[in-house]
Ligand binder design. Structure first.
Ligand SMILES: Nc1ncnc2c1ncn2[C@@H]1O[C@H](COP(=O)(O)OP(=O)(O)O)[C@@H](O)[C@H]1O
Ligand SMILES: CC(=O)OP(=O)(O)O
Ligand SMILES: [Mg+2]
Length: 408
């Protein structure tokens, strides 16, 4: 049975899914899906079938002395071997990857060859927490499965529909020409959510909608007509909301202070902004929302307070860009599971007409707005993997057609 393997590679984990293809169509949901965590440390594989039954919950063998490159190769090879053993008859036709940064050129998925890989390497400094791992996964699978077609699907692509004013910085124009502009991220997640809106919101789906993707990385996207019109993330995945370990938007004067007065170099500042700040930095306890919500420490409470405050302020900003608000949608790890965060953010957006149904919120239902709420509120589990597979299949067909044309 032909199939598409999807890889969503993070800094220390890889989410994966295998979708069967019937002729030209994708068979949903995924036949297999799961997560490989702890690469470079103690790798652990969890896999489930289409019905959600657990097929694996295993520690994988690892060599503590191995480099991260070797650890990635070993972990991905173990994953492929596991897929081969557990689903007899899958023939992986293509591998679809989430690649966080597609730069100014890529508004659609692309088949990866050496030239594309070299171009995507240039965006590593713009997304240092993600891009290297996305590209490592492509390289590792190129070594392990040299005949499979690999297709990159970009987090930035969905935002290319934004008006020029939303993508522009107030810098001299030569910087924009050099690619210094707002890109926006989490696009595969927003695209998936945009596709679910009609069934959940009816005619409001095409109205003014703000989606809050609150995971380890967090951002907001303003949708109108289910297209991205603005986002809180900009040039890099650092801008906008406070995140697990990232600052979000910060007064650029602070960076000058760190350089000039604290004498930090750029590598030190980068570590501070990407890895030591956010929920982790403010709480001094953890980057994990579950730990903070369960903690009695005042610092944990202050971190959660700031997280929610920043979201509410940025919702105000995007509502201004949209000229009002018809619906608010929560998604990703925190958005889907942390009812207290949804409650606080919604309460702070009361002035916009948001009124939450406390019981529906506590139960994590799909629709959360109370009777009489001027704004629809929803909680929709995101699915970046299915979005990647939906992009990869047509890209693969086009690639095959081009090969046939070239050889005739
Ligand atoms: N039950 C829960 N309650 C509160 N927060 C949760 C819960 N489950 C997951 N999370 C939060 O979700 C975050 C991860 O979200 P996820 O979307 O998986 O992130 P990423 O894909 O960026 O790694 C975790 O850091 C954790 O804080
Ligand atoms: C772009 C980004 O921040 O991604 P993630 O949420 O997976 O860290
Ligand atoms: Mg994520």
């Amino acid at each position: 049975m032909p199939a598409i393997l999807v890889i969503n590679a993070g800094s220390s984990s890889v989410k994966f899914a295998v979708f069967q293809t019937d002729g030209h169509d994708l068979r949903e949901p995924a036949a297999l899906h799961g997560q490989l965590e702890g690469i470079g440390g103690a790798p652990h594989l969890v896999a489930k079938d289409a019905a959600g039954r657990k097929l694996a919950d295993d520690a994988l063998p690892h060599d503590p002395a191995a480099s991260l490159d070797t650890a990635y190769d070993t972990a991905l090879a173990a994953l492929l071997a596991w897929i081969g053993e557990h689903e007899v008859g899958f023939a992986i036709e293509a591998i679809g990857h989430r690649v966080v940064h597609g730069g100014p050129t890529h508004a659609a998925p692309v088949v990866v060859d050496d030239a594309v890989l070299a171009e995507l390497d240039r965006y590593v400094p713009l997304a240092p927490l993600h891009q290297p791992h996305n590209l490592d996964a492509i390289r590792a699978l190129g070594r392990i499965e040299p005949d499979a077609i690999q297709i990159a699907c970009f987090d930035t692509a969905f935002h290319r529909s934004q008006p020029a004013v939303a993508q522009r910085f107030a810098l001299p124009r030569r910087f924009e020409a050099a690619g210094v502009r707002r890109y926006g991220f989490h696009g595969l997640s927003y695209e998936y959510i945009a596709g679910r809106l009609p069934e959940l919101l009816g005619e409001r789906a095409d109205g003014r909608v703000i989606v809050a993707h609150l995971g380890n990385g967090a951002s907001l996207c303003a949708l109108h007509g289910r297209r991205s019109v603005a986002s809180t993330m900009g040039f890099s995945a650092l801008d906008g909301l406070m995140m697990g370990t990232r600052t979000g938007a910060i007064d650029p004067g602070v960076l000058l202070y760190l350089l000039d007065t604290e004498k930090m170099d750029s590598a030190r500042i980068s570590r501070l902004l990407y890895k030591e700040s956010g929920l982790l930095g403010v709480s001094g306890i953890s980057a994990d929302m579950r730990t903070l919500l369960a903690s009695d420490a005042p610092e944990a409470a202050e971190a959660v307070e700031l997280f929610c405050y920043r979201i509410a302020r940025e919702i105000g900003s995007l509502a201004a860009a949209l000229g009002g608000l018809d619906a608010l949608v929560f998604t990703a790890g925190i958005g889907e599971h942390a009812a207290p965060v949804r409650e606080r953010v919604s309460a702070a957006c009361g002035w916009l007409g948001v009124k939450l149904d406390a019981e529906a919120n506590a139960a994590g239902q799909l629709r959360l707005d109370a009777a009489g709420s001027a704004v629809a509120v929803a909680c929709i589990p995101t699915d970046e993997e299915v979005m990647i597979a939906r992009h990869a299949l047509p890209a693969l067909r086009v690639h095959h057609a081009e090969l046939v044309k070239a050889s005739s």
